[in-house]
Design a protein around this ligand. Structure first.
Ligand SMILES: *Cc1c(COP(=O)(O)O)cnc(C)c1O
Length: 403
């Protein structure tokens, strides 16, 4: 029987524990499992290969995406690494241009050394995707909405183009969450999550996941999960499961507050541009409305006055915390140029469109009116500072913005 989202989120991977009747999947903190005969095939033999708490998490991850199989990893990047380990030297990956900075680094600074070629293209234009896939490739790697510019790619159209050419499609669904966007239903072969974000949801655990309906792909990735070994421990799996139980409630509230802030932010002084897929002025608003109803809880905006103005805002905020990451209970703000996307060169950032005045908000679960008032009080004087900065144009300040 398949349940609706909120029911699955609470019950998946958590049948009543047969040993003691516990209603929560126990933390099975053990390295190894006793075997009772030679050559038997016990369900668990060593916790890198498999662990009951991890298994519970993997079942829950699959259930969230309405899929047959889930695999849990030590981080989102460990999950990405497992996918890239399916490749051989000479392979080619076509990927979205404004990719999560860590994936970009993994592609261009690690796997490129092993002879894998990465072509980063504007996947919001399906014609560009079609052309890119006219040259043989193994994976089409989509991130939608993208980070930090929240560009939306038409998953269904791109996955269809890829499928006809025998190319597998991966969607990084971290920003969208499984409640708002279901890539497998749209033709993707594999979904990647940094479970560190909305799935864990409480800013307290790093994790990653892969979800698929494809049996042979699952078998290959499961082999690599064990062979390369980037698995999460049982305590982390427990925390992620605990997060999953409330994901429906949390994401709905995140989205409600984000919609409210996205409507208001451009009324603040110094805000040049607000980027949010739920706004009618977002270039892919129509696709977002179809593919990604709810529009997520990340908002980016550009401040007049560049880095000085961004630094001044950060200094004045009281409730919003300057920090990497997103998708948790606590509202965070990030300056991509010096933080998440600092591993890109200035040239690469310019190509993608990440300016020094760009800020990214992850709207948390606080009362949205408090979040709004904090932005308001912080932005009013920010403008004066930006003007002063533009006049002087000499100092490089903003010590708080440094990592
Ligand atoms: C955070 C993130 C990752 C990487 O996940 P980690 O858990 O930090 O390793 C990958 N993709 C996206 C979109 C992310 O936000």
């Amino acid at each position: 029987m398949t349940y609706r989202f909120d029911t699955a989120a609470i019950h998946a991977g958590s049948p009543i524990d047969p040993t003691h009747g516990a209603v929560v999947a126990p933390i099975v903190q053990t390295t190894t499992f006793a075997q009772y005969e030679l050559g038997g095939e016990p369900p668990y033999c060593y916790s890198r290969s498999g662990n009951p708490t991890r298994r519970a998490l993997e079942e829950a991850l699959a259930a969230l995406e309405g899929a047959a199989h889930g695999l849990a990893f030590a981080s989102g990047l460990a999950a990405a690494q497992a996918v890239l380990l399916t490749l051989r030297s000479g392979a080619r990956v076509v990927a979205s241009q404004d990719l999560y900075g860590g994936c970009h680094r993994l592609f261009t600074k690690v796997f490129s050394r092993f002879g894998v070629q990465f072509d980063l293209v504007d996947t919001t234009d399906t014609e560009i995707v079609r052309r890119a896939l006219d040259t043989p490739a193994q994976w089409l790697w989509l991130e939608t909405p993208s980070n930090p510019l929240l560009r939306v790619t038409d998953i269904e159209a791109c996955a269809e183009i890829a499928r006809r050419r025998g190319v597998r499609t991966l969607v990084d669904n971290t920003f969208a969450t499984p409640i708002l966007q279901r890539p497998l239903d749209l033709g993707a072969d594999l979904v990647l999550h940094s479970t560190t974000k909305y799935i864990g949801g409480h800013c307290d655990v790093i994790g990653g996941g892969l979800v698929t309906n494809d049996e042979s792909l699952f078998a290959e990735l499961k082999f690599l999960q064990n062979a390369a070994g980037a698995v999460p421990g049982p305590q982390d799996c427990f925390l992620l499961l605990r997060g999953i139980r409330t994901i429906g409630l949390r994401v709905r509230k995140h989205v409600e507050s984000a919609a409210l802030l996205a409507e208001r932010i451009d009324s603040l002084p110094g805000v040049q541009r607000v980027i949010y897929p739920g706004r009618r002025d977002h270039p892919q608003h129509a696709i977002a409305a179809r593919q990604f109803p709810g529009f997520g809880a990340v908002i980016s905006f550009e401040l007049e006055g560049g880095r000085d103005a961004a630094g001044a805002l950060v200094r004045r905020l009281r409730l919003w915390t300057l920090a990497e990451s997103l998708g948790g209970i606590r509202s965070l703000l990030c300056h991509p140029a010096t933080m998440t996307h600092a591993s890109l060169s200035a040239q690469e950032r310019a190509t993608v469109g990440i300016s020094d005045g760009l800020l990214r908000l992850s709207v948390g679960l606080e009362d949205p009116e408090d979040l709004w008032e904090d932005l308001e009080q912080a932005l009013r004087p920010a403008r004066a500072v930006a003007a002063a900065g533009a006049a002087k144009r000499t100092r490089a300040t903003d010590s708080e913005v440094r990592r």
